[in-house]
Ligand binder design. Structure first.
Ligand SMILES: [Fe+2]
Length: 325
């Protein structure tokens, strides 16, 4: 299937993936998990909403937890280059039949809300309140020392169309998994704006759903420590620790109290060269999932966080992936 070409003059300038807004049923329990186990820093909270960030983030939040009746992935947040880019984004979405609205969000400047044609609920903003970063405040380090939100990974029912849509918005392909043979379909794509492996990964599956969001941590020992902390708390690990073939990430995946999946990872690589070429993986290559050869569990392929009000659709095709059973 077609591999999208790099677009260097997108209709508006998306800088990077920025923050995720999660609906959670027990706010105290969720804050306790992200604060004391994962090690994010609570920047503000009240009875209904909590805002957290990693230690190197200058901005006010990279996770927003909202008390809700049902768990959900409420919004995926992207930073754009300027206020003018927000207006360009609104115009572009309108031209392409996508409704948009400007909303007020605490601690953020003007914020644009859209639901893309595939059901992913997004928000774009140019400015957010600043805070002194905590990178050298080692006395405040906790958990696995998460430093910055790096990317989102979503389940998309219409994988190729979703990849093509985001390519038009300037997301550049770095790695992809494809069926073998003539006419092999792309089952997953890793796409970036900021110059590493990805800001947004698109995975074939029942969608739209959020598969996971990821924080960068300093090294593998931080991840091993989190494994020990989780075990000491009687909490299960979903997948890892391990080394992905794709992206070269040393990874761990855990689930929060609502089942939202969070990845902690380190050691991917730079991709900002204009002539950086995407790396193809066979869908059946076990080193793709885990360089060391262990396949991912069934929950990995089947479970994700829905977006509020968005019907989850069956994928256009079922990818023949290797599953650990
Ligand atoms: Fe990831």
């Amino acid at each position: 299937m077609p591999v999208p070409q790099h677009v260097f003059d997108p209709p508006f300038n998306i800088v990077r993936s920025s923050h995720v807004v999660l609906d959670v049923v027990d706010l105290n329990k969720s804050v306790e998990f992200y604060d004391n186990i994962i090690g994010l820093h609570v920047e503000d909270r009240d009875d209904t909403t909590a805002y957290l960030r990693g230690s190197e983030e200058h901005q006010h939040h990279s996770v927003v937890l909202r008390k809700a009746e049902q768990s959900a992935a409420a919004r995926l947040g992207f930073k754009v280059g300027s206020e003018a880019d927000l207006d360009k984004a609104g115009s572009w979405f309108a031209e392409h039949g996508v409704l948009y609205s400007f909303v007020d969000r605490p601690f953020q400047g003007r914020t644009l809300h859209v639901t893309d044609p595939f059901g992913f609920r997004l928000e774009f903003y140019a400015t957010m309140d600043k805070r002194p970063h905590l990178l050298r405040r080692y006395e405040r380090y906790k958990g696995c020392h998460p430093q910055r939100l790096d990317h989102f990974n979503v389940f998309a029912a219409e994988t190729q169309d979703t990849i093509d849509f985001y390519a038009r918005l300037g997301f550049r392909l770095t790695e992809y998994a494809e069926e073998d043979g003539d006419g092999g379909r792309i089952a997953a794509a890793w796409m970036h704006r900021k110059g590493n492996v990805h800001d947004f990964a698109i995975t074939n599956g029942k969608g739209p759903r959020l598969h996971h969001f990821a924080y960068w941590v300093p090294g593998p020992l931080n991840i091993i420590h989190l494994c020990d902390v989780m075990a000491s708390r009687g909490l299960a690990l979903e997948r890892g620790p391990g080394r992905h073939g794709i992206s070269n990430a040393f990874f761990l995946y855990v689930r929060d109290p609502d089942g939202h999946r969070i990845e902690l990872y380190c050691s991917d690589y730079q991709t900002m060269d204009h002539d950086h070429e995407p790396l193809r993986w066979s869908l059946r290559d076990p080193r793709r999932q885990t360089l060391w050869g262990a396949p991912a569990p069934r929950s990995w392929f089947e479970q994700g966080s829905p977006f509020p009000g968005q019907e989850v659709r069956e994928p256009v095709f079922v990818a023949d992936v290797v599953i650990a059973d």
